[in-house]
Design a protein around this ligand. Structure first.
Ligand code: GZL
Length: 373
């Protein structure tokens, strides 16, 4: 039987071999980590890949990929609108949402749309910061055969085939409701039109919401004979609303109505009114300053309505997500959805002087808010 001879290996050789094994293991570890990292980037785990955040992970072939360019995060309305879109276009609902915050700059939104085109998304949804300047990039999306759905504000384009559908509000109607509420209040209280002295704190200049709400007020002021003292941009933000109100209070001592084109501006304006030692409220014949606003999303603003610090809010419905998802499902099924669809909206007040109003031949009930509801 063959004896096994014990083979002795020198100590140096043993150390060399161990170092070699360690080196190979180290290299394998590096390799494995590298792969893991690149897989993470490809599995859409929400890592920033190309400056865009993937909201809900990598898609499989049945997933509908939607690129959404949002205006920004300037107001509570905007946050609610974003939330509505993100919950509608969730992974559970069969979507991969690529979300891009434009930070209220059209250049950012145009860049995002071009990235969506490069990534060959199935649909592009655009909430445009202002109405003009979209023709070129929407033509690029059309050339890439990607349907574009516009939400919220409008786009002013030469060729309306550049977008498939639009979902949003009738902003001029919102303004007409606010103006009609004030008209009925003044008539009921016996306040002469020339004794109504209004400042308009406008939204982002050039946005459909600003254009429509401003137009409605200026037309009503002319029709009813109100004194429209000033119109100044408040950018839909609380800070700017406060700044503008501080400025006009320094310039004018007869302001008795402030028309704020969104709730965040109204909260800022009320802070300025109270800091100036004045009172926000509907009793304008006794020196209060009436605040009228839009949106109805911000809880503080709705709380102010119940306290009559904001006299009336015309609702602007931010919940576009389900409607846009329904449009995409119709398109996926080869159907043709309505080109323009409007969301339903109410008027909120705690002041029972006006419980209904009529605009363009249509009647609208005012929803009376109280501490109970
Ligand atoms: C209206 C929307 C406006 C809101 C503001 O649809 O575009 O922009 O009224 C928001 O609150 O900032």
């Amino acid at each position: 039987m063959m004896k096994w001879k014990k083979k002795t290996i020198s100590k140096e050789k043993v150390i060399d071999k161990n170092i070699l094994i360690l080196l190979v293991l180290f290299m394998l570890g590096i390799l494995a980590a590298g792969c893991r990292h690149s897989l993470a980037l490809q599995d859409g785990s929400g890592n920033k890949k190309d400056g865009l955040t993937q909201e809900n992970g990598e898609s499989d072939k049945d997933t509908i990929v939607v690129g959404f360019s949002q205006v920004g995060a300037e107001s509570d309305w905007r946050s609610a609108n974003t939330e509505s879109m993100k919950s509608a276009f969730s992974r559970e609902n069969g979507y991969e949402l690529i979300f891009e915050d434009g930070q209220q700059k059209q250049t950012n939104q145009i860049m995002a749309i071009r990235t969506f085109i490069q990534r060959e998304v199935d649909y592009i949804v655009l909430a445009p910061v202002t109405e003009t300047g979209w023709d070129t990039v929407l033509q690029e999306a059309k050339d890439a055969d990607i349907p574009v759905i516009i939400i919220d504000r409008r786009v002013d384009v030469a060729d309306e085939s550049l977008f498939t559908c639009w979902v949003g509000s009738d902003f001029e109607l919102e303004g007409k409701k606010a103006a009609e509420w004030l008209n009925r209040y003044a008539r009921t209280k016996g306040i002469a039109p020339e004794d109504i002295h209004i400042v308009n704190i406008q939204g982002t200049i050039g946005s459909s919401a600003q254009i429509g709400r401003t137009k409605a007020l200026s037309n009503a002021a002319r029709e009813y004979g109100w004194d429209l003292i000033a119109e100044m941009p408040g950018d839909f933000t609380q800070a700017k609303g406060k700044e503008v109100m501080e400025s006009v209070l320094r310039q004018y001592d007869n302001i008795n109505v402030v028309y704020c084109e969104n709730d965040n501006e109204a909260l800022g304006a009320i802070a300025a009114i109270e800091a100036a030692g004045k009172r926000a409220g509907s009793d304008i014949t006794n020196g209060e300053i009436m605040v009228i606003s839009f949106d109805g999303v911000n809880a503080d603003a709705l709380g102010y309505v119940k306290k009559d610090k904001i006299t009336a809010i015309v609702e602007c419905n931010p919940f576009h997500g389900p409607r846009v998802a329904s449009i995409i499902q119709q398109l996926e099924a080869g159907k043709t959805p309505e080109k323009f669809s409007y969301v339903d909206e109410e008027v909120f007040s705690a002041n029972k002087t006006v419980i209904s109003l009529s605009v363009d031949g249509k009647d609208y009930d005012v929803t009376i808010l109280s501490e109970e509801n």
